[in-house]
Ligand binder design. Structure first.
Ligand code: PEP
Ligand code: MG
Length: 899
C-alpha cells in the first residue's frame, strides 16, 4: 500500500441510520429522471423513465429498472447498452468522467453483466471498483483494517486476474495475511505489470468494462452461449452499481432470498445471510451463513433483524406480483437497512417450473396461456420419469444417445434371459446389449433400463424403450462392450461386470457408476392443471403409439385422443405366440399355414378387443404386420436346434428355411405390404381379428370404428389388392355375425414414392399417416439402425444440423410430407393426414405438422403430455400473433414469457 497511511486502530464512523420510506425513494428516483444520463440511450442512469429494454440493455438492467419503479431500495446504477459495450470491446471508451458523475467524488462500485437471455452466461461480477490506497485508509477507519484489507485484496485479485490477465496462482499463493498480504499483492501486481496498481477509479472502471466487454466477444464465450440458444449476434449490457457495503457498524451483511423451493416449486422462504460480507459470499461452501427464517437448526436473520427480514419478504412478494415471476433477490444490509442489489429468476427444476407457473396463474398474476408458454415442453420429462437427483454426485463413465428419458439403477445383465432371472429375484437390472432385437422384448420388460452399444433414436431399443417408458441409452460408443465376457470397459479403464451396479440417465444419455439418489416421477395436481389448460388450447390431435394394453392404458392416462399406431408384430413375440408364428413360417402346405394362422386368430382378436375396451370408443389405428418374417426366427445354432426340436423337424430343414428367408437388405426387402401381398393369409387373419373384436367391443359400448393401416406402401396397386381382400373379410364377418360395422382403411406413407404418388394412393385411402422413421431412412438412404455410429460426428461437423431420426428434417423429409399431404388432399379432400414416426412427439415436428394442416400427430405414450403442451403453445402463440408460420416457437416468444 504505497504511501497510504493505514489506520491500525479503526475508528468506526457512524453509519447513516436515516430511514427511507418507499415514498422518499419514489421522490428520489423521480428527481433523478431529470439527470442527463437518464435520457442517454447508451450510458443510462437507471431511473423510472430512462429509455431501456431487455433488447437494448439486457434483462438484468431492465429488471433493476422495474425494481426502481417499484420504489425498492436499489443502489444507484448506470446501465451500458449492448451498443456501448460493443464499442468498448472495440476500444472506444465512453466518457468516464460523465459515467462516474452520478456516483460522487470517491465511488465504490461493482459491475455485473446484463445479457438479453438470463441463461446465456457472461463474465462474472467484479466488486469493489474504486478501492485505492486513499479509500482503503478511509475505510479502515470506518469499518476496521481487517475488513477494509479484505475488500481491497479481493479487488486487486480480481483486477489482476480478470482485467490484467495475470496468473491467478501469483495471487492465490500469497500466504501473508492482513496488511502484509495486501502489500505483497500490490507488489506482485507491480512486478508483473511494471506499473503500480491503478489508483484512479476511472482507470479501474475503464479496465473492468473493457475486459468484460472483450470476454463476451471471445470465441469460447460465444460458442457456450450459442449452445444455450443465444443468437450469433447476442449483445451484452453492463450495469455499474454503487456498492452497498455489507461490512461495517451495526447489522451489516449480504445474502439472497426467494420464496419457493427450487426443486419442488412449493412455497418456502429459502436463502442464506452472512454477516459482514458482500456479493454472494453467503452461498459459498463453508461460509458461516445463517438461515433467513427462524429455524431450530441455528440462528436466523428473522431473530437477528426482524424488521429487515419482514422488509425483504415484502420486497420479494412484490417482485413476484409485479414482475410476474418467482424471483431471487440479492440483498445487503447496511447498519440494518435493506438494499436490493439484484433480482434474478429463481433457478428451478422442471417440476418446480410447472408448479411456479401454475401458482402464478392461479393467483391471477399471469393468464393461463402465459403459464403454458413458460414451460419448455421437454421439461415435463422430469415429471413423467424418475430422475437422478440434481444434487447427487454423478460419476459419469460414458455418454450415448438419450433415447428414452428417465433414470434407472440396477445390476448389469447381458441377456434377456438374465434380465428375466433378475426380475424373478426382484433385483432391478439394466439390460446391456450391442443392440436389441425383437427377441429381447421380454428382457426389456423385465429390466429397469436398457443400454446398447449401437443404435440411434429410432433403433429397436429406443422405440420400444420410449413406448414402455423404460429409460434407455443407445449408441454408447465410448464404452467397450465385451458381451462374451459380460463386461463393459470405460474409457478410463474401469471394468464393470455382470452384477455390478450402474445407473443410466436416459434424459441426458449418461451412464453413471453406482447408485446416485433418484427422484420419483410426480404427476401432481400442478401438472394436471397445466395439462387441462393445454387441452383447452390445443388445436391439433394428439394420439399415442401403443402396442399393448399397458401402453394403451398409459395413453389413456395421459389423455391421448386415440391410438395412432398399433404395431401388431409386437404381439407375436409373446412366448406362446412365437412358436405358433414359427410354425406358420415353416408350413410347407397352405393348409398347415392356415392351421397355424387359425391358432393366432383368437389371440389377436383378444388383443384388439382389449385395446378397444381400454380406448373406449376412441379411434384405434392398427397397422398390419410389418417386419420381415425372419425376425421371428432364431439367429444362432443353438436356437436352430431348439426350434427343430419344438417343431419336430430335422435341423437341416430349419437351417435351410432360415437361410432361405434371410435377405441382404431386410429393411428394403420382403416386409410390410410386400409380405401382405405374397403371404395374404396373415393380413386376412389380422383383418378378421380386428372385425370380430369390433363386433365384440361394440356390443358393450359405443360403436367402434377401427382404422386399418397398410405399411410400406409404394404403389397404388398394392393398396387395391389389400383393400379387395380386407373388404371381402369385412363382408364375411358381417354375414357371419349378423352385425354391421364400418372401418377405415389407410396407408402408412414410409417410402418416398408413396409420398410422391399420394394423389393416386389417396383414392383408396381414408387416411395417410407418415411413418417418418422409415421415410427418413429412405429419404437419406441412411440405415436407422446403424446411423448412431457416426451421427455425432456428422452433427459435430455440421454435415447435418441435427440427427434426422431425432429431429424431423423439415427441409427434405418435410418436403415429402408437404407434397404427400397436398397431393393426397387434392385427390380426396376429406383425407385424414397424420404423422406416426418417432418425430410425432417432438415440439419442432408438431409445429411443422400443425403448420401443414395435419389432423393429428401420434407419439409414444410417455411423450403425449410433452406433445399436448407443445401443441398448446403453438396455438397460444398464434392466437397472440407472435409466431405465425414459424416452426421454432420458443425462439420467437418474447423473453418476458419465460422470465
Ligand atoms: C415409421 O417407419 O415411421 C414407423 C412408425 O414404423 P416403424 O418404426 O415400426 O418402422
Ligand atoms: Mg416403418
Amino acid at each position: 500500500m504505497k504511501g497510504a497511511a493505514v489506520q491500525q486502530d479503526p475508528k468506526i464512523a457512524p453509519a447513516d441510520k436515516a430511514v427511507e420510506t418507499p415514498q422518499d425513494r419514489a421522490e428520489r428516483f423521480a428527481a433523478l429522471d431529470t439527470h442527463p444520463l437518464a435520457r442517454d440511450p447508451d450510458v443510462t442512469l437507471i431511473t423510472p423513465r430512462a429509455p431501456m429494454s431487455p433488447m437494448t440493455h439486457g434483462g438484468r438492467a431492465k429488471c433493476l429498472q422495474r425494481l426502481v419503479r417499484l420504489d425498492m431500495p436499489v443502489p444507484r446504477t448506470v446501465a451500458l447498452s449492448f451498443a456501448e459495450v460493443h464499442r468498448i470491446a472495440a476500444g472506444k471508451m465512453p466518457d468516464m468522467k460523465r459515467l462516474l458523475e452520478p456516483f460522487g467524488e470517491a465511488p465504490l462500485l461493482c459491475v455485473r453483466p446484463s445479457s438479453e437471455g438470463a441463461d446465456w452466461g457472461g463474465p462474472g461480477a467484479i466488486l469493489n471498483i474504486g478501492l485505492n490506497d486513499a479509500r482503503y485508509a478511509e475505510l479502515s477507519a470506518r469499518i476496521g483494517t481487517e475488513a477494509a484489507c479484505g475488500l481491497y485484496r479481493r479487488f486487486i485479485q480480481s483486477y489482476a486476474v480478470d482485467v490484467a490477465r495475470l496468473d491467478p496462482d501469483e495471487f492465490e499463493e500469497i500466504e501473508e495475511t492482513g496488511e502484509a498480504g495486501l502489500q505483497a499483492m500490490l507488489r506482485a501486481f507491480e512486478d508483473e505489470m511494471e506499473e503500480p496498481f491503478p489508483q484512479d477509479p476511472a482507470v479501474q472502471l475503464a479496465g473492468v468494462l473493457r475486459s468484460m466487454a472483450r470476454a463476451w466477444e471471445g470465441t469460447t464465450a460465444r460458442i457456450l452461449r450459442e449452445a444455450k440458444g443465444a443468437p450469433v449476434d447476442a449483445g451484452l449490457g453492463l450495469v455499474v452499481q454503487e456498492l452497498a457495503l455489507g461490512l461495517g457498524q451495526g447489522e451489516c451483511g449480504s445474502g439472497v432470498i426467494q420464496l419457493v423451493n427450487s426443486h419442488s416449486g412449493h412455497p418456502q422462504i429459502t436463502g442464506r445471510y452472512l454477516r459482514q460480507s458482500q456479493g454472494r459470499d453467503a452461498l459459498q461452501q463453508g461460509a458461516e451463513a445463517i438461515f433467513l427464517e427462524d429455524d431450530p437448526r441455528g440462528p436466523s436473520l428473522q431473530e437477528l433483524a426482524p424488521e429487515a427480514f419482514d422488509e425483504l419478504i415484502a420486497h420479494t412478494q412484490l417482485m413476484r406480483k409485479r414482475l410476474r415471476a418467482e424471483m431471487q433477490a440479492e440483498f445487503t444490509l447496511v447498519n440494518g437497512r435493506v438494499h436490493i442489489l439484484d433480482g434474478v429468476r429463481v433457478a428451478r427444476s422442471g417440476r418446480a417450473a410447472v408448479r411456479i407457473a401454475v401458482s402464478l396463474a392461479e393467483d391471477g398474476i399471469i393468464p393461463h396461456e402465459e403459464a403454458l408458454l413458460r414451460i419448455e415442453p421437454r421439461a415435463l420429462n422430469e415429471l413423467l420419469h424418475r430422475q437422478v437427483d440434481p444434487d447427487a454426485p454423478r460419476d459419469c463413465i460414458a455418454k450415448g444417445i438419450a433415447a428414452s428419458p428417465g433414470a434407472a439403477t440396477g445390476i448389469l445383465v447381458f441377456s434377456a434371459a438374465e434380465a428375466q432371472a433378475a426380475a424373478a429375484r426382484n433385483e432391478p437390472c439394466i439390460l446391456v446389449r450391442r443392440e436389441t432385437s425383437p427377441e429381447d422384448i421380454r428382457g426389456m420388460h423385465a429390466a429397469v433400463g436398457v443400454l446398447t452399444e449401437r443404435g440411434g433414436m429410432t433403433s429397436h431399443a429406443a422405440v420400444i424403450g420410449r413406448g414402455m417408458g423404460l429409460p434407455c441409452v443407445v449408441g454408447v460408443s465410448d464404452l467397450r462392450f465385451q458381451t462374451r465376457q459380460n463386461t463393459l470397459t470405460a474409457a478410463d479403464g474401469r471394468v464393470f461386470r455382470e452384477g455390478d451396479v450402474l445407473t443410466i440417465d436416459g434424459t441426458n444419455g449418461e451412464v453413471l457408476a453406482g447408485a446416485p439418489d433418484l427422484m420419483e416421477a410426480s404427476l401432481d395436481e400442478a401438472f394436471q392443471t397445466l395439462m387441462s389448460w393445454a387441452d383447452d388450447m390445443c388445436d391439433i390431435g394428439i394420439r399415442a403409439n401403443a402396442d399393448t394394453p399397458a401402453d394403451a392404458q398409459t395413453a389413456r392416462n395421459f389423455a391421448a385422443q386415440g391410438i395412432g399406431l398399433c404395431r401388431t408384430e409386437h404381439m407375436f413375440f409373446e412366448a406362446d405366440r412365437l412358436t405358433v408364428m414359427r410354425e406358420m413360417i415353416f408350413a410347407d402346405e397352405p393348409q398347415d399355414r392356415r392351421a397355424a394362422i387359425d391358432r393366432l386368430l383368437p389371440m389377436q382378436r383378444a388383443d384388439f378387443a382389449e385395446l378397444f375396451r381400454i380406448m373406449q370408443g376412441q379411434p384405434v389405428c392398427i397397422r398390419l404386420f410389418d417386419p420381415p418374417l425372419h425376425e421371428f426366427l432364431p439367429h444362432d445354432r443353438a436356437g436352430h436346434r431348439e426350434l427343430a426340436e419344438a417343431l419336430d423337424l430335422p435341423l437341416s430343414d430349419v437351417t435351410r428355411r432360415v437361410e432361405a428367408l434371410s435377405e441382404y437388405n431386410p429393411m428394403l426387402g420382403m416386409r410390410g405390404v410386400r409380405l401382405g401381398i405374397t403371404v395374404p393369409e396373415i393380413y386376412d387373419m389380422q383383418a378378421r381379428a380386428i372385425f370380430e373384436a369390433t363386433v365384440e367391443a361394440s356390443r358393450d359400448g359405443a360403436a367402434v370404428v377401427p382404422e386399418i393401416m397398410i405399411p410400406l406402401v409404394s404403389a397404388k396397386r398394392e393398396v387395391e389388392l389389400v383393400k379387395t381382400r380386407i373388404d371381402a373379410v369385412a363382408a364375411a364377418v358381417r354375414v357371419e355375425t349378423g352385425r354391421n360395422f364400418t372401418y377405415r382403411l389407410g396407408v402408412m406413407v414410409e417410402t418416398p414414392r408413396a409420398a410422391l404418388r399420394a394423389g393416386e394412393i389417396a383414392q383408396h385411402s381414408a387416411f395417410l399417416s407418415f411413418g417418418t422413421n422409415d421415410l427418413t431412412q429412405m429419404t437419406y438412404g441412411l440405415s436407422r439402425d446403424d446411423a448412431g455410429r457416426f451421427m455425432s460426428k456428422y452433427v459435430n461437423l455440421g454435415v447435418y444440423p441435427e440427427d434426422p431420426f431425432h429431429t424431423l428434417d423439415t427441409d427434405g423429409v418435410g418436403e415429402l410430407l408437404t407434397i404427400g399431404a397436398e397431393r393426397g388432399r387434392a385427390a380426396r379432400p376429406d383425407l385424414t393426414v397424420s404423422i406416426c414416426g418417432e418425430h410425432g412427439g417432438s415440439p419442432e415436428s408438431i409445429a411443422f405438422c400443425r403448420a401443414a394442416g395435419f389432423d393429428y400427430v401420434s407419439c409414444s405414450p410417455f411423450r403425449v403430455p410433452v406433445a399436448r403442451l407443445a401443441a398448446a403453445q403453438l396455438a397460444v402463440a398464434d392466437k397472440i400473433g407472435w409466431i405465425a408460420g414459424s416452426n421454432r416457437p420458443y425462439a420467437a416468444v418474447p423473453a418476458q414469457y419465460y422470465s
